[in-house]
Design a protein around this ligand. Structure first.
Ligand code: AMP
Length: 282
């Protein structure tokens, strides 16, 4: 496994693979790797000859009062896990590599970034598309894999790739959960033991909301029920039931529904979602 710290090293590495006729799948991460990240790597291995993983905690996607300074750094452990999966390359740039002095080209997230996390974390998706576009430019993968855990991010990236006509296929991977249903996240490390137990209610309540929507309750009354349940355990940041393709209100033409939620447990922000098909009426 080759570990590259500079843009030059990683683009040289990918060039040698290209010369050897190898296809390349890319998994961008911020490190603090867990089984969710590793499932993306497993999927990447099935899709291409060589897999490259990036580890970079991107400062431009954190707001002023967010957790950039305390974001877990487990690089040594992360590299061990990637080595065990026989990843071909890892890219661990510093901020100077990603944003050299004077770097000023900025691309903006499209309209799918407007609500939900985009509204609650102003500038967040602009930071995400900026770093992903930069990494795509340097690595030029054939395929890149993102988790459904960050569902809005997945759509925003797909929109960027489509609107900038980037020759990269975007694939998504299912959410990997703990035994009690909590979606795995690097940020789960922030939870106290008591909070960690409490956190399991999030997925349970979203599953109930899905059942309510499928049993023909109105979306508004189903959301109201779920909000009352969530409020017993969390401070709700948002809870929405939307068309999963457009992130706008569901209509009779909706073919996929998204329940999307962000809550605070103490100072830790948890996000989760469930994507499902509406009940067939015929
Ligand atoms: P992050 O390091 O949090 O930026 O995440 C890197 C990638 O891993 C993103 O595409 C995430 O959506 C994905 N990811 C994070 N947690 C999970 C999970 N529990 N299951 C599947 N994918 C995940």
């Amino acid at each position: 496994m080759q570990v590259c710290q500079t843009n030059q090293q990683v683009s040289d590495l990918v060039s040698t693979w290209r010369l050897a006729g190898k296809s390349v799948a890319f998994v961008p991460t911020m490190g603090g790797l867990h089984q969710g990240h590793l499932s993306l790597v497993e999927q990447a291995k099935q899709q291409a000859d060589n897999v490259i993983v990036s580890i970079f905690v991107n400062p431009t996607q954190f707001g002023e009062n967010e957790d950039f300074e305390q974001y877990p750094n487990t690089l040594k452990e992360d590299l061990k896990q990637l080595e065990a999966l026989q990843v071909a390359g890892v890219f661990t740039p510093d901020a100077q590599q990603m944003y050299p002095d004077g770097f000023s080209t900025n691309i903006k997230a499209g309209h799918l970034a407007e609500g939900l996390c985009g509204e609650k974390r102003p500038g967040y998706f602009d930071g995400v598309v900026q770093i992903v576009h930069r990494l795509f430019e340097i690595i030029s993968p054939d395929i890149a894999i993102f988790g459904q855990k960050d569902y809005q991010q997945l759509l925003v990236i797909k929109q960027m790739v489509s609107e900038y006509s980037l020759p990269i296929k975007i694939l998504s991977a299912d959410i990997v959960r703990e035994a009690d249903g909590l979606a795995m996240s690097t940020r789960n490390q922030y939870l106290s033991a008591k909070e960690r137990t409490e956190a399991a209610h999030l997925y349970r309540i979203l599953v109930q909301l899905k059942q309510d929507v499928l049993s023909n309750k109105t979306v508004d009354s189903a959301i109201l029920n779920a909000e009352q349940s969530l409020a017993k355990h969390f401070k709700i940041d948002y809870l929405s039931v939307l068309d999963a393709n457009t992130l706008s209100a569901t209509t009779d033409n909706t073919t996929k529904i998204a329940i999307l939620c962000a809550v605070f447990l103490g100072s830790t922000r948890l996000i989760d979602n469930i994507i499902f098909h509406p009940k067939q009426t015929t």
